[in-house]
Design a protein around this ligand. Structure first.
Ligand code: AP5
Ligand code: MG
Length: 346
């Protein structure tokens, strides 16, 4: 056990559980220094529930206004992490092609007006697609969730599948820059490949580089619909940024940079999140069998070398007795290791 003087001002059982988990982590850390290959080290980390630090597999959300580059980046990121890419825009465009159903017609009308399609339709598409084998290694959501309600429903869906998000990347860019991007966009419908007349032209005018098939424009890529889509984004989607910030999952990237720079920063941020042990403090209420989320803050007092962990329920969640948190192994583990890492001890 590494010699450290932190004291958790909490119940004794919390401290005990935190100590055990730290011991595991630190032992592994030492082993790596001595002899282990990187593969062995990553495998050992996996055994105690710590995510590998690079390579494949990740669960990512991309949030950003129309034209911010979600589609462009998600192609590359999903290839890099070998995960499935789920674009609700693409899935809805497919569903809207069903000209015979009322639902297809409603979806089409909503998209052309720049509004948001009903949450229940979107959620059922996500639910259905997430079970596909391509998503077994992880997933990237492009343009989903777009409302707090979708964010909450996603949280419940992932919990039921014992999965969690690793990172939420916000592609931030001023509205003024988006018009040129949207009005110059060309798409290859069959593959989802995206081009731009000016910024990313195809090798041959209006032809897909891979298949040579004709490129098209999206029917919602007009000035009028873009304005409506931007309006919808600012009103209904931006509150999600705070939602994920509170969950320590959000990072913003300047999406007005070049495609490659946005890509590199996205990789760095996702890898950074993945270096941290999976982190979402949970309190398990055994009587009701329900799971509630808590926010955690860790305060360090350098004078007497103590550490205080404070918890409070996330907005709109019922107050929980914090002593029940001692049942959660990850809670103390993550809180204490965060401080130790911060101080360069591990
Ligand atoms: P969706 O298809 O997701 O459209 P969007 O959010 O408006 O975003 P875009 O696809 O237009 O832009 P993008 O960020 O992907 O940019 P891209 O990479 O293509 O959704 C469509 C509709 O479906 C919504 O309006 C809504 O009605 C409905 N919907 C979807 N999801 C929903 C949900 N969850 N709930 C309810 N309704 C939902 O880039 C754009 C152009 O810029 C390209 O030409 C590209 O080459 C170029 N470009 C990209 N990056 C750069 C760069 N860094 N520099 C220069 N050019 C660049
Ligand atoms: Mg897109």
């Amino acid at each position: 056990m590494l010699n450290y003087n932190y004291i958790c001002k909490s119940t004794p059982s919390m401290l005990a559980e935190g100590t055990i988990s730290l011991w595991l982590h630190l032992q592994l850390h030492r082993q790596k220094k001595k002899t282990e290959s990187n593969e062995q080290y990553q495998a050992s980390l996996k055994n105690i529930g710590v995510k590998p630090q690079s390579g494949t597999g990740a669960n990512i959300v991309l949030v950003g206004p129309p034209g911010s580059g979600k589609g462009t980046q998600s192609n590359r990121l999903s290839e890099h992490y070998k995960i499935c890419q789920l674009s609700t825009g693409d899935l809805l465009r497919q569903a809207a092609q069903d000209k015979s159903s009322d639902e297809g017609k409603r979806i089409r009308q909503t998209m052309e007006a720049g509004g948001l399609v009903d949450d229940h339709i979107v959620m059922s598409l996500i639910d259905k697609n997430l079970t596909k084998p391509e998503c077994s290694n992880g997933f990237l959501f492009d343009g989903f969730p777009r409302t707090i309600n979708q964010g909450e429903q996603l949280e419940r869906l992932l919990e039921s599948k014992q999965k969690r998000l690793d990172a939420v990347l916000e592609y931030a860019i001023p509205d003024e820059l988006l018009k040129r991007r949207i009005l110059g966009r060309l798409i290859h419908k069959q593959s989802g490949r995206t081009y731009h007349e000016e910024f990313n032209p195809p090798k041959e005018s209006m032809k897909d580089d891979v298949t040579g098939e004709t490129l098209e424009r999206r029917s919602d890529d007009t000035t009028e619909t873009l304005n409506a889509r931007l309006n919808t984004y600012h009103k209904q989607t931006t509150p999600l940024i705070d939602f994920y910030r509170k969950r320590n999952l959000h990072k913003s990237i300047d999406a007005s940079q070049k495609v490659n720079d946005v890509y590199q920063q996205s990789l760095e941020i996702v890898d950074d999140f993945r270096k941290q042990p999976s982190y979402k403090p949970l309190s398990v209420d055994e009587e009701q069998g329900s799971v509630r989320q808590m926010e955690t803050s860790v305060e360090r007092n350098d004078f007497d070398e103590t550490l205080t962990i404070k918890t409070k329920p996330i907005n709109n969640q019922i107050e929980v007795d914090t002593s029940s948190l001692s049942k959660n192994f990850l809670f103390v583990y993550n809180s204490v290791t965060a401080v130790l890492r911060d101080r360069g001890i591990i």
